[in-house]
Design a protein around this ligand. Structure first.
Ligand SMILES: C[S@@+](CC[C@H](N)C(=O)[O-])C[C@H]1O[C@@H](n2cnc3c(N)ncnc32)[C@H](O)[C@@H]1O
Length: 212
């Protein structure tokens, strides 16, 4: 099975319970807080979030944005997000089912952000080039994911294309895609039990950069 279908099958199966894990909710809060601190959105941005999932980050970002396109490839994850947006009357959120990079919307944005989704995507340098093409000049990306790790984070879970990312390599990909003002911070360090019985710390970086 390819990465995309392995992911859709897995996330559809766990969508209804995704928000029940308090540690996952905490991580999303920390990442959203780091994004808001690094970006200081003006409230006028038209933004795209890919890999929005059930909206744990979406709902924390949308009060700071003018419009948000929330995209994900999993029908199940988006069904949860749809219910939340309907309950809260969030008319400024457009929910789009689709896979990146193939189905990026035919539009440009002021901001594109994502959390914990890049490690599911095979060609990340290619995706970064496409993100640049979908940003206005001066627009920004805010991308959070795992620092490089030994594979222990996901264990044998299918649909994982990368065991995290090296920050210097990632910065090079951003530069090659036409981004500048590249800044990294550590949004959160996740402690997780490993399959071998021990615990390990997994830092999550936030990369923010501006399209030239
Ligand atoms: C680890 S979850 C993170 C969800 C959310 N960002 C959060 O922090 O709670 C990864 C999400 O990315 C989505 N995803 C994986 N590959 C994708 C792709 N190629 N295009 C769009 N969404 C994708 C999955 O369906 C899932 O909802």
């Amino acid at each position: 099975m390819d990465t995309r279908h392995a992911n859709d099958e897995r996330f559809n199966a766990i969508a209804a319970e995704w928000d029940d894990d308090p540690y996952r909710v905490l991580m999303a809060q920390k990442v959203a807080r780091a994004m808001r601190a690094a970006l200081s959105p003006s409230g006028q941005e038209r933004a795209l979030e890919f890999g929005a999932g059930t909206g744990l980050i979406t709902l924390l970002m949308v009060p700071r944005l003018r419009r948000l396109t929330a995209m994900d490839s999993s029908t199940g994850m988006l069904a949860v997000l749809r219910q939340k947006c309907a309950r809260k009357g969030l008319a400024q959120v457009e929910i789009v089912e689709g896979s990146v990079p193939e189905q990026l919307p035919d539009a440009t944005f002021d901001l594109i952000y994502s959390s914990m989704t890049l490690h599911h995507i095979d060609d990340v340098p290619g995706l970064l080039r496409l993100l640049a093409a979908h940003l206005e000049v001066g627009g920004r990306v805010a991308l959070a994911d795992l620092d490089i790790e030994d594979g222990g984070f996901h264990g044998g879970v299918p649909g994982i294309a990368h065991h995290g990312f090296d920050r210097e390599v990632f910065a090079g990909w951003l530069r090659a895609a036409g981004f500048d003002e590249i800044q990294f911070s550590t949004a959160f360090t996740l402690r997780k039990a490993r399959d071998d019985g021990g615990n390990a710390d997994y830092p999550i970086f936030l990369a923010v950069a501006r399209k030239l």
